[in-house]
Design a binder for this molecule. Sequence first.
Ligand code: SAM
Ligand code: SF4
Length: 366
Amino acid sequence: MTSAQNGRPPDAGSGLLDRFGRLATDMRLSLTDKCNLRCTYCMPAEGLQWLTKQAVMSADEIIRIVRVGVQHLGIRELRLTGGEPLVRQDLIQIISKLRNNHPALPISMTTNGVGLAKKAAPLKAAGLTRVNVSLDSLHEETFSRLTRRPFLDHVLAGVDAAFDVGLGPVKLNAVLMRGINDAEAPTLLEWALERGYELRFIEQMPLDADHGWTRRDMITAVEIRDLLSRDFVLSPNAQSREGAPAERFDVRRRAVGTDHLREGKDVAAFGPTLGTVGIIASVTEPFCSDCRRTRITAEGKIMSCLFSREESDLLGTLRAGGSDEDIALQWQNAMWLKPRAHGMDHVGLDAPDFVQPERSMSAIGG
Ligand code: SAM
Ligand code: SF4
């Protein structure tokens, strides 16, 4: 009988197991809470009260926490995030050290792409595996309205540079906002397919610092598929999802005169697959039952879920002289209490009584 089945916390060596039998092997680590954009669905226009340098994990502390995760707790994949990871001055050194310690570990980074054009080559040389770049619009005006900064050209140059130096597969993240960029969904997909980038649409979650999220304004996964189906035919990708948040679809072009064909049965009649698109439906089709993520905020707090209200101060333990075993045990105990779903067991984000967490996305590390 496993410890999940008999209801007691896991033993050393059993990894980051929770009460519901899920094992976290995918670590999301935030390098900073700071950012050079102000996306409306994430940050307020004036920014947030930034953490002090002393409060944020140093490079050595990050290296140690990752080492404990990999060597003691079965972490098999690392994603660096923020805030904006590229604003961290010692980013290249951090990645280099991580790569030295863990030659085979997939290390990816989620970035807004501002400044990526210059840093793509050194990031690749330091050992970064691949990038996810956020890109919500290809129109300068819409981009500036969404991010409150006029940096579209920088981001596009960054995406291309990442691809050119081999930081691929390059994935693009887009959040659709009603009446702002939702009509751009097919154009974004066309653009990504042409270049060989994998686009993923993310349902907007109630994690904005302005607390402006409403269920009614959110563009759902069903709407996203509808928006795309005017130009494309989507069919479920055969590869197993393996705990990934995105549901992937093969994309074919919808030719004129094929409206009568059924997408499920007659899919071959639509011509060759042009690539794939992902939809991350955290709100309307949550994937909590197969979640494999553990999160560490920039100030070294463990968050077992984006929506969890409990945080465990791992950095405090490390700074108080904790051993690797102390750190591993605290991490295991925090993950053991991971909520079944969205921080409110049995209830989804859709619930009318859902209460938005204190932390916004940039302060957690998305
Ligand atoms: N600054 C980097 C970036 O934007 O890619 C990394 C951090 S950002 C918090 C990580 C991802 O979270 C981005 O793709 C962003 O679009 C997404 N995100 C931020 N706020 C969100 C929200 N309220 N709902 C859904 N996704 C959100
Ligand atoms: Fe910055 Fe990323 Fe949040 Fe946009 S989504 S404000 S780029 S942290």
